[in-house]
Design a protein around this ligand. Structure first.
Ligand code: SAM
Length: 372
């Protein structure tokens, strides 16, 4: 079987690594997504374990389509009734990249008609009731290849279930995890977020450190379809639980806002991770650490969304004084500031530019200058 996992643009390399480590054969990686092969059990393994993924789709079919007739005929050839029951409710979404077929509305309606015709024929029904369980379909056109996808996740995977309360500008959980993995922190050595907001990065770090799958306690849409034996799904969840291990390191989160620290503690405790993370209300001005050889990953306030430009510049200087000189630390800084690294005594080894929602952001990575 083929699956397509999606992630934030620029994070597909992290996703590919995760899939490869899980033993899946990644056939193709393109911006924001990975196509991979797996058995039926990949439904639960991938949905529950992938940290950087946003959704996992089952690939129902792929074929070349340069005309709407080819699109229609391709869908009609697929044994959709093997998965979709006669009562299935199947909204169809569409995307198109670099393809002759680009009108999303037409792609959507031709696909919908073909699915209706295929299922109608298979179930000998003139009208399909569409009053049952959801089977959300997505037709992606990519360089004239049509890919019919079935969303198996339901709620997007960044919704782990621990965020009992949001903060002013929380980072999406899967993007937070991807940034940590990009900084090559896999649970060894201290981890610090000096501006942790609602605690997303320390909480994701705690799950990495303990080998806890981020989606272990939540449900996925595919579980409503009966395509994977629920007993087997539970057995796999038990296997995942049995692989959770104690954290071997220090994880810390600081923020100047008492409200942020309260939220962080609440979020962490909803997943039973509060005892693993030291949260403390502390302004960056007061920050110091005797720890060495660790990793700092943080998400600077965005000028547009919180505080003004002058405050950003001041905070940037504060960062230089308090964090940049920690030369045994690897640093990862997500910032909306294109000039963040300018004039710094320590140069980033890598800068990635990408969209976080609608905001252009930069991920600045600094390698440690000395080992210990
Ligand atoms: C973009 S938010 C971080 C969001 C966080 N990653 C999350 O997922 O919730 C930036 C945080 O920096 C904090 N902050 C700003 N200036 C600070 C300072 N001088 N010292 C400590 N924290 C600061 C803000 O209170 C805010 O919570």
């Amino acid at each position: 079987m083929e699956y397509l996992a999606t992630t934030s643009f620029a994070m597909e390399g992290v996703l590919k690594n995760e899939l490869t480590l899980m033993g899946y054969d990644v056939e193709r990686t393109s911006p924001g997504q990975c196509l991979f092969r797996g058995d039926m059990e990949a439904l639960i393994w991938a949905n529950a374990s992938l940290r950087s993924a946003e959704r996992v789709f089952l690939v129902l079919g792929r074929w070349e389509a340069r005309s709407f007739d080819e699109l229609y005929d391709g869908v009609m050839q697929l044994p959709l009734e093997d998965i979709l029951p006669s009562s299935a409710r199947f909204p169809v979404n569409a995307r198109s990249f670099k393809s002759e077929l680009f009108s999303l509305r037409d792609i959507q309606s031709v696909t919908k008609k073909a699915v209706v015709d295929r299922l109608g024929k298979a179930y000998k029904l003139k009208t399909l009731p569409e009053d049952g369980t959801d089977y959300p379909l997505m037709l992606r056109m990519e360089q004239d290849e049509a890919i019919l996808l079935l969303d198996t996740s339901g709620e997007p995977l960044h919704k782990r279930g621990y965020r009992v309360s949001g903060h002013i500008a929380p980072i999406r959980e899967n993007l937070g995890a991807a940034l940590i993995l990009l900084s090559r922190w896999f649970g060894k050595g201290p981890f610090i977020d000096p501006m942790c907001g609602s605690g997303t990065l320390p909480i994701e770090a705690a799950m990495i450190a303990t080998n806890r799958p981020p989606g272990l306690e939540r449900d996925f849409l595919f579980e409503k379809w009966g395509i994977l034996d629920p007993v087997r799904t539970q057995e796999i969840r038990e296997t995942m639980r049995s692989r959770i291990k104690p954290a071997e390191t220090v994880i810390q989160g600081y923020d100047k806002e008492p409200r942020a620290i309260r939220m962080s503690r609440k979020n962490a405790s909803s997943f039973g991770l509060d005892s693993l993370i030291h949260f403390q209300c502390r302004d960056l001005e007061e920050f110091s650490t005797s720890l060495r050889g660790g990793t700092i990953v943080t998400n600077m306030p965005y000028g547009e969304r919180m505080g003004d430009r002058e405050e950003m510049i001041e905070l940037n200087h504060l960062f230089d004084r308090k964090i940049l000189h920690l030369d045994t630390f690897r640093l990862g800084v997500l910032s909306g500031d294109a000039w963040f690294a300018q004039g710094k005594s320590r140069k980033p080894t890598r800068v990635r530019k990408f969209y976080n929602g609608k905001i252009i952001t930069y991920y600045y990575q600094f390698e440690p200058l000395s080992r210990r």
